[in-house]
Write a protein that binds this ligand. Sequence first.
Ligand code: HEC
Length: 136
Amino acid sequence: MKRLVSVALAMALTACSQGSEAGVGGEISAAPGGPPPMPQPITLAQRPEATGGEALYVEYCAMCHAPNGMGHGLLGRRMDQPNLELREDLTAEYVVTAARMGIGNMPAIPRGEVSDEQLEQIAEYLAAGPHEGVAQ
Ligand code: HEC
């Protein structure tokens, strides 16, 4: 009986080590004909010249509102609207209200995340648009 157990144990260990070898050796590579790689998110590192409201926008809003963000694509209900930075019809008041209350698929942005002063700067930056030269 003891021998049977040790044989079973040896088989189990062999199976485990074979499994992990395959895992370590296997590089994750795109399947041929598979989806293209994810686009890089827009971060402050990519826009080092940004200051004030623009920098705050990149930090707190661009992860959703930049072209590859969910707010701009997947969750945005209106596909015909350009990126917030390219809009010319936004007022600062509208931006503050949308961010604080949430709008459609956008969650409300709480004061613990973006303070009133920060949101005011972001709103003024967006209201002063369109800001040419940013990604579509
Ligand atoms: C978690 C993702 C997310 C974040 C973070 C986010 N938004 Fe949004 N936002 C959305 C989505 C999604 C929509 C589109 C809502 C809809 O149409 O259903 C939207 C819509 C808006 C609109 C309305 C645009 C219009 O045409 O009416 C404004 C203004 C806005 N966001 C401002 C901001 C600001 C300012 C910030 C940063 C403080 C921000 N958002 C952060 C997802 C986000």
